[in-house]
Design a binder for this molecule. Structure first.
Ligand code: GRG
Length: 300
């Protein structure tokens, strides 16, 4: 059922596909709660089997590698962040929010099951993400464990993704500042959390925390711009979800603000900013550089 990625630099795509397979096999082994009811296990297995690009876990593991942290250590933080991302997609698709039937080319969770199962599956993923962090890092280093939990809560909560979703559904204004703030909170916060997890896991100096935060901020903007562009130019079969949603839902995006050409130029500038931040990490940054290009080139 998992659809593999094909476009972009073939070597990078192969590397990303290898990572994705390894990530998914760890995810399926490490995330199970024995006492959870069967229907909940099934619904979570269903949503996980629909794939996803796994960009956030990739960022956690690759950014951690900059600080010599191995996959076997960073994987739990990668799983936790993907759990929060998955919950957000499930809830975003609900009738009360974007009301979508299709996600990743498959039925959305509330269509496959029902709304109650979708709401509760999202709740379980969000809540269990914190167990994932506390169970797996408390014996490694209590401070690191606390920093991970604290940043994930902050990034997912009312000052981060949830707040951004509120501003998307109920905009306070339709101007450059408000669109930027909404995107930074809704999309950027979790991406910044993923890159910052690298520096936290590596117990890195302050300047690296700043670098990882700023790298996340630049690619978060590229990610959102590409999402806006795919919404008007993408092929629904490849994107795997309904397109032209922003216009149909009366949402104001980067493209309304700047027009298509200027928006693309802006994305290229953010790609270049992101790569500049990575320069000081030498050849360890290779795959992050390629990921940065991929975020803009992607077709889904
Ligand atoms: C419901 C609290 C709550 C938040 C929802 C995820 C989200 C916030 C909104 C989805 C709307 C949207 C298209 C946001 C743009 C960025 C985004 C999160 C895109 C989907 O992420 P991908 O492309 O998804 O990484 P895959 O399927 O690859 O995992």
């Amino acid at each position: 059922m998992i659809k593999k990625l094909k476009n972009s630099n073939p070597n990078f795509i192969e590397y990303l596909n290898i990572f994705t397979n390894k990530f998914e096999s760890f995810y399926n082994q490490k995330y199970f709660i024995d006492s959870s009811p069967n229907i909940l296990k099934e619904s979570i297995q269903y949503i996980n089997s629909t794939g996803g690009k796994r960009i956030r876990p990739f960022l956690v593991c690759e950014c951690a590698k900059l600080f010599d942290i191995k996959f076997e250590i960073s994987i739990y933080a990668a799983i936790a962040i993907e759990m929060v991302h998955t919950y957000s997609l499930i809830h975003d698709d609900l009738p009360a929010m974007d009301n979508d039937d299709l996600r990743r080319g498959n039925e959305t969770l509330h269509k496959k099951y029902n709304e109650a199962i979708a709401i509760l599956s999202g709740d379980a993923l969000l809540t269990d993400s914190f167990i994932m962090l506390s169970d797996n890092y408390k014996n490694l280093d209590l401070n690191i464990c606390l920093e991970l939990i604290s940043l994930l809560s902050k990034s997912a909560g009312s000052g981060g993704m949830v707040g951004g979703q509120i501003l998307d559904l109920f905009p306070e204004n339709n101007n450059e500042k408000s669109v930027n703030t909404m995107n930074e909170m809704k999309t950027g916060a979790l991406i910044q959390c993923a890159t910052s997890f690298g520096a936290i896991l590596g117990n890195a100096p302050k300047k690296d925390h700043k670098n990882m935060y700023e790298y996340g901020s630049s690619i978060g903007k590229v990610f959102q711009i590409k999402d806006d562009l795919l919404d008007i130019q993408g092929d629904e079969k490849i994107v795997g979800k309904r397109i032209n949603k922003d216009k149909d839902n009366g949402k104001f995006s980067f493209i309304d603000l700047y027009g298509e050409e200027k928006t693309k130029k802006l994305a290229i500038e953010y790609v270049s900013q992101a790569k500049d931040i990575l320069v000081s990490y030498g050849t360890k940054n290779n795959y992050l550089i390629l990921l940065t290009d991929y975020i803009l080139d992607r077709k889904k």
